[in-house]
Write a protein that binds this ligand. Sequence first.
Ligand SMILES: [Mg+2]
Length: 134
Amino acid sequence: MSSSKEKNKRILVVDDETDVLEFLRIYLETMGWEVTAAPTVDQAFEELAARAYFLVITDIAMPEMDGYEFINEVRARGDLCQIAVMTGFGYNPKHTLVKINKTMKFPCLFKPFDTGKVMDAVNGAHESYHSDIS
Ligand SMILES: [Mg+2]
């Protein structure tokens, strides 16, 4: 796992639903980002070990490990990527996820995606990741 930063345009998308992976890969590539899609957390860890990504966008509900456990593991391994989470639960102000989102330091994207919010999250992450490297 990469514990040092490197200037890059790479985004790793992690989701057990392949249609979501495909949508985000095509959309983000169209916007000029370099995208890798990982359908399992094991593949995501392999990717993170192989190269630096400025951003990981992870699903919350996944079969092997949920998104929060995945993020904790990414951090435990020392990766310095920015993180965004996504969920298909939809926006509900009473939902635990929305409450959690208010205390989390990373953006939460609700499916179906508002592409403007996706771009804001990606641009913000790119800026934050690169703020202390040149
Ligand atoms: Mg899922």
